[in-house]
Design a protein around this ligand. Structure first.
Ligand SMILES: CC(C)(COP(=O)(O)OP(=O)(O)OC[C@H]1O[C@@H](n2cnc3c(N)ncnc32)[C@H](O)[C@@H]1OP(=O)(O)O)[C@@H](O)C(=O)NCCC(=O)NCCS
Length: 211
């Protein structure tokens, strides 16, 4: 595949939201909210424009990854800055051909060049471990609700960046999307059927692995 990765251009915004909607539709829940989150993130102070990449194949947008600032709040309430990627999405027809991996690898190198020291995400350890992500539990930090979660993953870009911090991972408030606002935003896209799918059950199982 002829794949180019470049920074997103403002003129790509709507097409990338459409792509994100296609990528996430019915994957985690019936329908999806990630296109709305992406839309809101771009307006947020937490958004990192220099880490907003698109993948282009033969002139067509096929994938996107965005990053935002987040932090780990330690036991004393001191905030330790980290970054978070997501949504990361690839058009369904283009999945499992290395596009997602290329976006993730490219953006992690760019993040390191920008002196970002650590990346924390929620994701499937089976997929993200190939990029070096490890369970956040290894670094003794929990979700904002104070739980260790199997889906909470971390990658140090600078050796030792996450050592000795502990505490709770706090991501941008944009990730808590208001369902009514999602619904209203989604109406501006072509109608699409919401379905129950097996991947939703897998997602629920992973999300419930907390202690
Ligand atoms: C996740 C996603 C970005 C990966 O992009 P991609 O281009 O398909 O990924 P790659 O081709 O680089 O890698 C494919 C591998 O990832 C695995 N993979 C993809 N999504 C996965 C998931 N949610 N859980 C576990 N493994 C996953 C595939 O099984 C495949 O594994 P293999 O290499 O062992 O065969 C893409 O599948 C996508 O857009 N999915 C829907 C949206 C989504 O779930 N985004 C991530 C939210 S955490």
């Amino acid at each position: 595949m002829n794949l180019d990765i470049r920074l997103e251009d403002p003129k790509d915004h709507r097409a990338v939201e459409e792509l994100t909607r296609e990528a996430f539709w019915n994957v985690h829940v019936p329908g999806c909210c990630e296109h709305y989150i992406l839309h809101q993130l771009r307006e947020s102070a937490d958004f990192i424009p220099g880490l907003d990449f698109v993948a282009v194949s033969d002139g067509h947008l096929v994938g996107n990854i965005v990053y935002s600032t987040s932090h780990i709040s330690d036991e004393l309430g001191v905030k330790h800055p980290v970054i978070t990627f997501g949504p990361v999405g690839v058009l369904p027809a283009m999945q499992k051909q290395g596009v997602g991996s290329a976006l993730i690898r490219h953006s992690l190198v760019a993040a390191k060049r920008k002196s970002c020291t650590a990346v924390c995400i929620y994701g499937n350890p089976r997929y993200y471990s190939r990029f070096g992500f490890q369970a956040a539990e290894k670094y003794h930090f929990k979700t904002s609700a104070g739980k260790y979660a199997a889906a909470l993953l971390a990658l140090e870009l600078t050796d030792g960046a996450l050592q000795g911090i502990g505490g709770r991972f706090i991501e941008s408030a944009v990730f808590e999307a208001d369902p009514e606002a999602v619904e209203a935003f989604d109406k501006s896209f072509p109608a699409k059927e919401k379905l129950v799918t097996p991947s939703q059950e897998r997602f629920k199982l992973l999300s419930n692995l907390v202690h």
